[in-house]
Write a protein that binds this ligand. Structure first.
Ligand SMILES: Cc1cc2nc3c(=O)[nH]c(=O)nc-3n(C[C@H](O)[C@H](O)[C@H](O)COP(=O)(O)OP(=O)(O)OC[C@H]3O[C@@H](n4cnc5c(N)ncnc54)[C@H](O)[C@@H]3O)c2cc1C
Length: 136
């Protein structure tokens, strides 16, 4: 967290303008990580990737890039995994962190349906904010 804050820029507000530069709304954001941590920490993705890679490396993680999981067999006391290069590994626990269309989730739980949320879209945020009558 401290490294991310040192490399990022912080804000507690979103201020929105339309395409002509006219002010639309100011949103006060909640400090969900605690009273002394700003609500938002903005930073370029490459900086975040570098920080996470360094933290994983320092923690002793072995990182293998360019692979995917081909098969997962769960046992009482272990999980056997076949990787896309044909190698086999055995773990106490596996965590699928492969995104919203998770291949790991699909292999373990079968087909799932992804519902789109009509609540917010990045491009439409200012227009919804105006309709929501947010404070100026
Ligand atoms: C346009 C946009 C802007 C956003 N802006 C913000 C923002 O400003 N702040 C914020 O907090 N969030 C933002 N988000 C949301 C944020 O990006 C996601 O919530 C977050 O990335 C989800 O993280 P994740 O680790 O679950 O999945 P992902 O970031 O999707 O990571 C999944 C990883 O798994 C890999 N993968 C997928 N399938 C396989 C497979 N079969 N085998 C091996 N690897 C696989 C992918 O290559 C990827 O690297 C934004 C999202 C979008 C789309």
């Amino acid at each position: 967290m401290d490294t991310c804050l040192a490399e990022g820029f912080q804000t507690d507000q979103y201020v929105m303008y339309d395409a002509a530069g006219d002010f639309i709304a100011r949103m006060q954001l909640m400090r969900i990580a605690g009273p002394s941590t700003p609500a938002v920490n903005g930073m370029p993705r490459p900086a975040l990737h570098r920080i996470l890679m360094n933290a994983a490396d320092t923690a002793g993680a072995r990182i293998r890039l360019g692979l995917t999981v081909s098969a997962i067999t769960s046992h009482e006391d272990r999980v056997d995994v076949v990787l896309s290069d044909g190698s086999r590994e055995t773990y106490d626990l596996i965590v699928g962190a492969d995104g919203i269309r998770s291949h790991v989730r699909q292999m373990i739980f079968g087909g799932t349906t992804i519902r789109s949320s009509p609540g917010m879209a990045y491009g439409a945020t200012p227009f919804r904010a105006r309709r929501m009558s947010l404070t100026r």
